[in-house]
Design a protein around this ligand. Sequence first.
Ligand code: FAD
Length: 464
Amino acid sequence: MADSELSSALREGLIRAVGPERLLTGAAQREAYAWDNSGRRFLPWAVALPESREQVAGVLRVCHEAGVPVVPRGAGTGCVGGGLAVQGGVILSTQRLNRIVAIEPGDRLAVVEPGVVNGVLRERLAAHGLFWPPDPSSARSCTIGGNLAMCSAGPNAVRYGVTRHWVLGLEVLLADGSPMRVGGYTTKGVVGYDLTQLLIGSEGTLAVLVEAILKLAPLPEARRTLRATFRDMESAARAVAGVMGRGEPPSALEFLDPASLELLRGNGGGVGHPEGQALLLVEVEGDAVEVDRKACALRERLLAFDPLEAVVAGDEAESKRIWSARYALSPTLTRIAPRRINEDVVVPVTRLAELVAGLQRIARATEVPIVSFGHAGNGNIHVNLLTDPADPARQVRAAQALEQVFDLVLQLNGTLSGEHGVGIMKRDFIPRELDPRSLVLQQAIKGIFDPRGILNPGKIFPMS
Ligand SMILES: Cc1cc2nc3c(=O)[nH]c(=O)nc-3n(C[C@H](O)[C@H](O)[C@H](O)COP(=O)(O)OP(=O)(O)OC[C@H]3O[C@@H](n4cnc5c(N)ncnc54)[C@H](O)[C@@H]3O)c2cc1C
């Protein structure tokens, strides 16, 4: 087989592990697992679709013995190529391990398998008046396993933090298929090193997650959405630091730059004052009585930064309209730009004004359009560099612009990724951010977990 190195011994071993109906080897079937949201393509040799942890362990044992790469994968919505078989081998999908094992309101926890879809869990928990806070925009399709492996997050991270703050314990299978439990069922626990936190965000390179004990929060009774438009980005960025600088944080604080507003105005509007050059979208939550007071107080705080307008949505329908402008951005960009480099850098909130000014400078100097928006309350901005594979000169300038963006972020005490992770897309840049000793130690940790280097090889660390 030209595009697969699946030997007959490996194929037979995998069939023994999962059964023939759960092993995909046809080219068309494998093609569906050759992609993710990074836009890169790597065809796996085979795809295993286990339905139990015993079957997952079986796949790992076979691949470990044969020294064949195994790539854990959820729904394949990742943005950095984490779920791609970049060195060939077997995709190990955990999508069919999708049971919600237990919901324990008294302990405020849920026990779930990794293939449970984030949005499905949200619906099930709502019946108990609870929720699991991590809210990536892909919630309707991405899996809890992917969320944990990437330490994903969304708008409400400004109030609730990210995935790692909402996991109590894990059951994982190590590279040779042996099981390990870390963490537990309690919200306090300081016995030994915190391997739960090490595994969260490890991008499928250290172990395969087969069960998670998730910490839950009470579902807020009511929410209110505010929209504030500003005459320039600097005042909006100062307003963000002002809102975050005192009092209770909002449950979302999103930012749209002038290029985003221009796109949305051409796309049906919903972005407020026609002269606005920057927009903040803010959400507060609480019980039905206090939520209006919170919304008014927040509007007062915003007014101190001289917006062109600051309005509280009158009802649920208006709130949805305001949010839909924000969520329309990503698909709009995908439609208009032949290619976009979508980064998710983070800076301390007080450095946001410098970041947005710097991004404009880089866009002018390199003549590469940059559209920025995102989770300003965390200083986490999605920076989109619009380029075109049919224009080699622009591709070169886009690569230069990207380097400049990363240098700027690090100068501002920021980090190269707030939620998308490293995968293959940022692996060459991480030595710029990580202390060299930390990088060596991290590679040594990978070696201890996975001495044969079969678990998701080619990810996170630079290829030397
Ligand atoms: C439209 C869209 C919007 C998005 N919005 C956001 C957002 O707001 N915030 C955000 O953080 N991300 C966002 N993402 C990125 C993506 O949805 C998240 O990274 C998500 O958590 C990936 O989940 P998945 O199930 O698709 O995982 P996959 O893409 O299948 O895999 C991602 C990584 O997790 C590993 N993995 C998966 N399952 C396991 C397992 N059981 N054990 C070990 N490792 C495993 C894989 O090896 C891979 O490295 C978005 C993506 C899209 C397409």
